[in-house]
Design a protein around this ligand. Structure first.
Ligand SMILES: Nc1ncnc2c1ncn2[C@@H]1O[C@H](COP(=O)(O)OP(=O)(O)OP(=O)(O)O)[C@@H](O)[C@H]1O
Ligand SMILES: [Mg+2]
Length: 404
């Protein structure tokens, strides 16, 4: 049985998580090592200080290497931020072989034709994902290879990102001697970890509410339909608590995680009950929950506004799956159901084996999703360093490390 390893690096606004996994031809992927460090130098999913971000990544990679005994040469890396935009585009080609049979090279041609849209100089293509094909006008074909026809159309979901933001991230990763297998939009990765095929077929929204961003992906008829990134998440919740209750940020973060809930508190506690932080700050449960509830309600409404159609009940009858660290807030699924009148659940990554204790939490949906993405997609040459320069950089990095 052939065994290989793949690595995922999720550079989040609050934590950097490196995960190294063993992949066999059969069976689930086995997590061999995880390295989690608080992230520095990031704001709303973007690198704002290269040196600080690079050091957080270095620390996280080192921890994962130590835990697994493997060395990281390259990794699948998550991308997020307000600079990411998406649109649906079409491509069309003629099938000119005598037998009019659609072959794999025709698929490549039609995807290339879908990429020929004008991408501004300051933007870079991240993904061109085929959603469905049609052969001679017959729509809804998932795999046209082997069919006969004169004309092949493809509908694609195209995702682009700002060149500068991507370059900053790439620079940080390469700066620790790791090459890039691929850059993956974070909500696409998260959805690999927490959505079922059934949900994607029926129509579903995924919202990864992290620290700095809420990452949204909408699936319909088994494929991606829409993606969006909102610049509001757990950080704003903590800031609201800090400002609203006059607490230092760290204490507000502690209070939010320990006692925070979006349920009306009077159902389980007295209205006058007090929550005490480790250093002795006391606040009313009721006030804490009211503040958190108001902001979470706003985030859920913003998610709905991001949907490309207003009749969202018809677009996504399977409802909403919440993931990311902030979906740990107790009662968030019930609040979502109240607002949307659709099924809402919290998605925790489960379909991996090995040392998974640290990552069985919605905050690690992106990390697990990047690993799953890595097993089902090939590493692309887009972000890889040329072979010689890659090897040379690696050597220089190792020598530098000897003196570090
Ligand atoms: N039990 C909890 N209750 C409430 N909030 C929580 C809890 N646990 C974690 N969080 C919040 O989750 C957020 C971190 O989530 P996550 O790790 O998914 O973010 P990230 O990936 O670092 O950031 P991003 O994806 O936005 O760049 C923080 O704001 C943290 O306060
Ligand atoms: Mg995240």
């Amino acid at each position: 049985m052939k065994k290989r390893t793949i690595t995922a690096i999720d550079v989040g606004t609050t934590k950097v998580c490196t995960t190294i996994a063993e992949v066999n031809d059969e069976g689930p992927i086995r997590v061999a090592g995880v390295g989690i460090t608080p992230s520095k130098g990031l704001h709303k999913g973007l690198v704002v200080n290269i040196t600080e971000a690079r050091e957080s990544i270095r620390e996280s990679v080192k921890k994962a290497e130590y835990a697994s005994g493997y060395r990281v040469e390259s990794a699948f890396v998550g991308v997020t931020g307000r600079h990411v935009t998406s649109l649906n585009n079409r491509g069309v080609v003629a099938i000119t072989h005598n037998d009019r049979l659609v072959r794999p090279p025709d698929l490549r041609r039609v995807l290339t034709s879908a990429q020929s849209l004008k991408v501004a100089n300051d933007r870079k293509l991240l993904h061109v994902i085929p959603r469905s094909y049609s052969v001679d006008g017959q729509p809804g074909v998932k795999n046209p290879v082997g069919m006969h026809g004169f004309r092949l159309d493809v509908e694609t979901h195209v995702i682009t990102a700002a060149v500068t933001s991507v370059q900053n991230l790439v620079k940080c990763i390469r700066g620790v001697g790791v090459d890039i297998d691929d850059l993956v939009l974070e909500p696409l990765a998260s959805s690999e970890a927490v959505l079922t095929e059934d949900e994607k077929n029926v129509g579903i929204v995924l919202a990864d509410i992290g620290g700095g961003t809420t990452d949204i992906a909408v699936f319909k008829d088994g494929s991606i339909w829409h993606t969006a990134i909102l610049p509001v998440a757990g950080y704003q919740l903590t800031r609201d608590v800090a400002i609203g209750l006059g607490l230092p940020f760290d204490v507000a973060e502690e209070m939010k995680k320990r006692y925070g809930s979006v349920m009306p508190i009077y159902e389980s506690q007295s209205e006058m009950a007090t929550a005490i932080s480790e250093d002795g700050h006391g606040i009313s449960y009721q006030d804490l929950c009211d503040i958190i509830r108001a902001r979470v309600e706003e985030i859920i409404r913003l998610i709905v506004l991001e949907l490309p159609r207003s009749d969202y009940e018809a677009l996504v009858p399977a409802g909403l799956v919440l993931t990311g660290g902030s979906s740990n807030l107790s009662g968030i699924d019930a609040l979502g159901r109240d607002i949307l009148q659709l099924p809402v659940r919290v998605g925790t990554p489960t379909n991996v084996a090995g040392i998974t204790d640290a990552i069985r939490d919605p905050a690690y949906a992106t990390s697990v999703g990047l690993l799953l993405w890595g097993t089902s997609h090939k590493s692309t040459p887009t972000w890889r360093l040329p072979k010689f320069s890659g090897a040379l950089r690696h050597l220089v990095f190792r020598i530098k490390n000897l003196f570090h």
